[in-house]
Design a protein around this ligand. Structure first.
Ligand code: NDP
Length: 495
């Protein structure tokens, strides 16, 4: 029997401000319907500007006067490990919340929560290795030290595709550095972030250190962008929202970490293991129904194998199990909402109007209470087609053949984005050359979408600014301060 099912009534959540659970100033609620079933599954407060300001004030107070920034790293780490243990204990519950709100398969959702536990534990340990530098080579009279200090209050804005995991790649690093935070999750998928608040509370994270406001981006997110009481913003979302953060920062010069969109290529050379490559490319384009910032959406394949490889790939793609997110056998669930589904299908239709050929997929599928799209492969795609230039954020892959190595790199880099790329070849020097020449923050060779908290993630070009996770994930949330300490009597400037 399937232990996971739709709730009889929507699950009710509250915001978390200054250590208190609250419905906020408006008392209004937002309701989320499962994109896989159409049923109402969750409700949370529709926050207003007043709630955002209260959250900023609580985070400011906790940073300026609270104990958190001045605790030893060991003491902070102990609390973060406790949070990780609690997340692990609630993995199934958190996974179900994410499955119902995002439409992703339950097995994947629980896997992401378990992955998040690992990230929380890594960040907890990283708190204790954050260190500065000493310059003992400036002559007898001077010793210089370089200190890393927590940057202050961090505003964290997260998207709907991986609500809990993306937060895990930011929040524990922010806390490990000694900062405090105001989090604004996506208005459509706030449940797991709000459930996390109960776990933070239970783990003894002091009041005001983490605050969560829910509601619409322009209403409760924009005040975080505009506030001069926030020291840094970490925004994960579309390039449009990233631009808004940049515009707002012109007024208050706050530091920005931006993780934005991608248009990621898979480069398949003729000498690759084609079975491995076909499986990896199918996984990379369809994982999370293609709503994955680092997922592959362009297949750049050597012309000599293009036809055979496309046929092999299409066979794989047709066998992907698309269906009920609550079914443990499902590999690809629903798209995030109806408007997004129509947007994805619109890209395919426009591509076809411009001459593209649908090899497989191309239409809505499944139960029409949910927003399911068949994983779609297209050939004969013109270079100017939006299919090849814009982020579609659906299970859609466009094929572009190339003749020689240089052309492959030119096509791969012909994008405003630079987030990720996958390279498939058995030739090690070709793999390393391409790794160096592809303009992307993350490159996979003979694999795709592998991840671990040790390695930083971020984008080049319009895919973003800064790096999350790894040791740079904690350094992002620090300021660097240099002190020159004079050790002997100074030679006076004015005798
Ligand atoms: P959006 O940019 O639409 O939204 C992201 C967040 O920004 C949401 O919480 C949203 O709130 C909020 N927001 C919207 N307007 C404002 C505003 N004026 N001020 C402050 N906050 C605002 O992105 P999506 O949620 O649609 O997520 C998909 C995008 O995220 C894709 O482009 C994807 O590539 C990118 N992404 C990038 C990743 C990376 O690491 N590079 C990782 C994952 C996703 P609301 O929900 O209310 O609209």
């Amino acid at each position: 029997m399937n232990p996971f099912s739709l709730p009889a009534a929507p699950r009710r959540f509250q915001m978390y401000i200054g250590g208190q659970f609250t419905d906020g100033a408006s008392g209004q609620l937002m309701t989320r319907h499962s994109p896989g079933h159409g049923a109402a599954v969750a409700q949370w407060p529709s926050g207003v500007g007043e709630d955002a300001q209260a959250a900023i004030a609580a985070a400011r107070e906790a940073f300026d006067n609270g104990p958190w920034p001045s605790l030893s790293a060991g003491a902070r780490a102990a609390r973060l490990f406790k949070v990780a243990d609690l997340i692990e204990r609630h993995a199934q519950e958190l996974g179900l919340i994410e499955c119902l709100e995002t439409g992703k398969p339950i097995t994947q959702a629980i896997g992401e929560i378990r992955g998040a536990v690992d990230v929380w534990r890594f960040a907890a340990g990283a708190a204790r290795v954050m260190r500065g530098e000493a310059y003992n080579n400036l002559g007898d009279r001077v010793l210089a030290i370089v200190l890393r200090e927590p940057i202050g209050v961090v505003g964290v804005i997260t998207p709907w595709n991986f609500p809990f995991f993306i937060l895990a790649e930011r929040l524990p690093f922010i806390l490990a550095a000694g900062c405090t935070a105001v989090v604004k999750p996506s208005e459509a998928t706030s449940g797991s972030t709000l459930k996390l608040c109960a776990l933070l509370h239970a783990a003894g994270i002091p009041p005001g250190v983490v605050n969560v406001v829910t509601g619409r981006g322009p209403v409760v997110g924009q005040p975080l962008l505009d506030s001069d009481r926030i020291d840094m913003l970490s925004v994960t979302g579309s390039t449009t929202t990233g631009r808004k953060a940049i515009e707002a920062s012109a007024g208050n010069i706050k530091k920005l970490g931006l993780e934005l969109g991608g248009k990621n290529p898979h480069i398949v050379f003729a000498d690759a293991d084609l079975d491995d490559a076909a499986d990896g490319v199918a996984f990379g384009m369809a994982f999370n129904a293609g709503q994955c910032c680092v997922g592959g959406s362009r297949l750049v394949v050597q012309r000599s194998i293009a036809e055979a490889f496309t046929a092999k790939l299409a066979q794989k793609i047709r066998r992907i199990r698309v269906g009920d997110p609550l079914d443990a056998q499902t590999q690809v669930g629903a798209l995030f909402d109806e408007a997004h589904m129509h947007k994805v299908l619109g890209y395919v239709q426009e591509g076809v109007r411009m001459g593209a050929h649908v090899v497989c997929g191309g239409a809505r599928t499944g139960d029409h209470a949910g927003y399911f799209v068949q994983p779609t492969l297209l050939t004969n795609v013109r270079p100017a087609t939006p299919l090849l230039r814009e982020e579609i954020f659906g299970p859609v892959l466009a094929v572009v053949p190339f003749d020689g190595y240089e052309e492959a790199i030119t096509i791969a880099n012909d994008s405003a984005f630079g987030l990720a790329a996958s390279i498939w070849t058995k030739d090690l020097s070709q793999a390393l050359r391409a790794t160096r020449q592809v303009r992307a923050g993350r490159v996979w060779v003979n694999t795709t979408l592998d991840n671990g908290p040790e390695t930083p993630l971020g984008g080049m070009k319009q895919s973003g600014l800064g790096r999350e996770a790894g040791l740079s994930g904690i350094e992002e949330y620090t300021e660097v301060k240099t002190a020159h300490i004079h050790l002997q009597a100074r030679t006076h400037w004015i005798a």
